[in-house]
Design a protein. Structure first.
Length: 183
């Protein structure tokens, strides 16, 4: 009798220990994945939106390689996303470049002086606004934060790559994962 109750108590301890390990493991995995949570949710959402295109491509490709429709759908998404961003980015870059070149000329100095004088005429007496000084502050702030800009760019590129992998694998394995979750 004592032996069976000891075995029963041991099973309860094992059960609680297992659930503790499961909870601890889930917590650690959650802490690791938390910075990527938004990327994962957006990737899953985009996969759901792209799924009809994936099914259409899957119907028209070889059944032997099940990763090809997912790859083609992801590439279509990349092209559909990157071309507008590239065009918009090049337009903005050209505009900023022409703005910079126009501001760096001596006529820009006279324009800035004129703008500064006009602003100072609108301001109450005793308050002055120096446009050239403020532009210098903005420029020095930008140059001091350039490291943060590059690190943010690197982080964005990494998140985009993870985003593309999520889209690829959710298109490829999404229906089987959904069936397993329902089961």
């Amino acid at each position: 009798m004592c032996y069976t109750s000891h075995m029963h108590g041991s099973k309860i301890i094992e059960k609680y220990f297992f659930f503790f390990l499961l909870l601890a493991s889930a917590s650690f995995v959650g802490m690791i994945l938390f910075p990527f949570f938004r990327v994962i949710v957006i990737g899953i959402s985009i996969s759901v939106v792209l799924y009809p295109l994936y099914l259409w491509i899957q119907k028209h490709t070889s059944k032997k390689y099940n990763w090809i429709p997912s790859l083609i759908t992801t590439l279509v998404f990349i092209v559909g996303l990157c071309i507008p961003f590239y065009v918009l980015g090049s337009i903005l870059f050209n505009q900023f470049q022409s703005l910079y070149s126009s501001l760096s000329t001596t006529s820009a100095q006279s324009i800035l002086t004129t703008v500064g004088n006009s602003l100072n005429n609108l301001l109450p007496n005793g308050i002055a606004f120096d446009v050239q000084k403020e532009i210098g502050i903005i420029t020095s702030s930008f140059s001091s934060n350039i490291q943060g800009i590059f690190s943010a760019t690197a982080k964005t590129i990494l998140m985009f790559i993870i985003f593309l992998f999520i889209i690829f694998y959710f298109l490829k394995e999404g229906s089987s994962w959904r069936k397993k979750c329902i089961r």
